[in-house]
Design a protein around this ligand. Structure first.
Ligand code: SF4
Length: 454
């Protein structure tokens, strides 16, 4: 993007925060009893149904990581798995889940590959004896190179996992050191080769927009991922607002370079998209690219998470989110309180809110890049949403294609601005507050303004 054309830019800055789930939760509204009562009702027939499980332990801590996790886990692992299994059984035993066949399961973290083969089997047996899985279901396990030994991958395969997701982030030794990513390139290659024996779907998470990262370094990372025959690539810009305090302090104290400015961010996003499309990947969502000749051409769990109101995800484990049409909740985010809650109530729910964000599918549309117009019309939404869509269409950010609305290439850099513009007033306020609070943590200024020349 050149500065000279910036007179016509549709927005004057890029939002700093982009990692969040919609709608936001607030503490104190409802209790775990509401979860139990709610799960007595049947689930809506419409929509995909998925299960998320969280494993909050890691062998080492990556310097940028904002997630809830712990390294000192050896004594906690088995009691945690036992609590997770108990919670899974409580969920499966509710009337809401009994009529449900799962479209997808996702085991995330943390680092789920710290589980032993026996613990992987324990979870697998719990799933198969308590839940129904749809034919052709997707089951993803997140792994990390050093802990993903062959006996663990084999155990995952034996319980029905068919997609492995590998949090590589970057191959570049300089950034791997910066982030305390300890696996070597050879260990990453070995895990990839092993994964090929057991799984057809092999996803890799890559981060870009790293401090001081050049376009050439980004292209090298992408080339390594492609060379490893990766069937899908999630290439995410680093969201600095949610990185750890220590990482932000290093930038403030100039021990690390500042984040790229808005022009660099837009240019880098374009480079990533072009490279992956040129190398045979289709752009499924804004950051998710799936190889055109791969057997699994979808990411069903993502379709649910960023899907419509009736696309439901139920979560088990520490800090797991559950989005059920009518109720959203998040589990306890510390191990001991989580285990105690499951022992006492069968569930790990901590923050529980009513949830009637029927506009969810539309809010996520720019991230998912297309939406069926009938799916918008059946929601009977306020006229302001249609006015927004007309405005985006007039600016060339979205286009009608038959019965679909699609994000255009020109619209891609602005997908998050569009999501924020469509937030309902009550939520917009919450978004602005959260975003401002996160930005303040940085104690330095982000160059996210796009200078508009007169
Ligand atoms: S990025 Fe993943 S592996 Fe690293 S500390 Fe965070 S959760 Fe653990």
């Amino acid at each position: 993007m050149s500065h000279s054309g910036s007179k016509e830019l549709p927005f004057s800055s890029l939002p700093k925060m982009w990692v969040y789930l919609y709608p936001y939760l607030s503490r104190g509204e409802l209790s775990v009893e509401h979860v139990r009562q709610f799960l007595q009702q049947p689930a809506p027939n419409r929509g995909k149904k998925t299960l998320y499980m969280h494993v909050p332990f890691c062998d080492t801590i990556c310097t940028f990581c904002p997630f809830v996790r712990s390294t000192n886990y050896q004594d906690k692992l088995q009691p945690y798995v036992d609590a997770l299994v108990k919670e899974l059984k409580s969920i499966a035993g509710t009337p809401r889940m009994q009529g449900v066949a799962l479209d997808a399961i996702f085991v995330g973290g943390g680092t789920p590959s710290v589980l032993s083969p026996e613990q992987i089997h324990q979870i697998g047996e719990t799933i198969h004896s308590n839940f129904k899985l749809k034919e052709g279901y997707e089951w993803t396990f997140e792994v990390e190179a050093k802990s993903a030994t062959e006996d663990k991958l084999k155990a995952m395969h034996e319980i029905g996992v068919n997609r492995m997701s590998f949090g590589v982030q970057t191959f570049n030794p300089k950034y791997r050191k910066m982030f305390n990513l300890t696996a070597s390139h050879d260990e990453i290659k070995r895990t990839r080769e092993l994964a090929g024996k057991y799984f057809k779907g092999f996803n890799m998470d890559l981060l870009y927009q790293l401090p001081g990262q050049s376009i050439d370094e980004i292209l090298e990372d992408l080339q390594h991922a492609v060379d490893l025959n990766t069937t899908s690539i999630d290439a995410y810009p680093l969201d600095y607002t949610i990185t750890s305090k220590g990482f932000l302090q290093s930038i403030k104290k100039e021990r690390l370079p500042k984040p790229p400015n808005a022009y660099e961010k837009v240019a880098q996003q374009e480079v990533v998209t072009n490279f992956l499309i040129e190398h045979g990947y289709g752009q499924e969502f804004i950051y998710t690219f799936i190889r055109q000749n791969a057997e699994h051409k979808r990411f069903v769990f993502g379709e649910t998470l960023y899907g419509h109101y009736e696309d439901e995800c139920i979560g088990a484990g520490l800090s797991a989110f559950s989005y059920q049409a009518g109720l959203v909740y998040r589990n306890f985010d510390q191990v001991e309180p989580y285990i105690r809650a499951v022992e006492e109530t069968g569930f790990g729910a901590d923050i529980v809110n009513e949830y009637h964000a029927i506009e969810k599918g539309l809010i996520y549309f720019p991230k998912r890049m297309s939406i069926d117009i009938d799916d918008i019309d059946r929601l009977a939404l306020d006229a302001r949403y249609y006015e927004k869509l007309d405005e985006f269409e007039a600016k060339g950010l979205i286009v009608r294609d038959g019965n679909l609305l699609k994000l255009t290439r020109e619209g891609q850099p602005w997908y998050m601005n569009m999501m924020i513009e469509m937030l309902p007033e009550r939520t917009k306020h919450l978004h602005d507050t959260i975003s401002a609070t996160l930005n303040e943590r940085a104690e330095f200024t982000f160059d996210d303004e796009l200078i508009v020349f007169a």
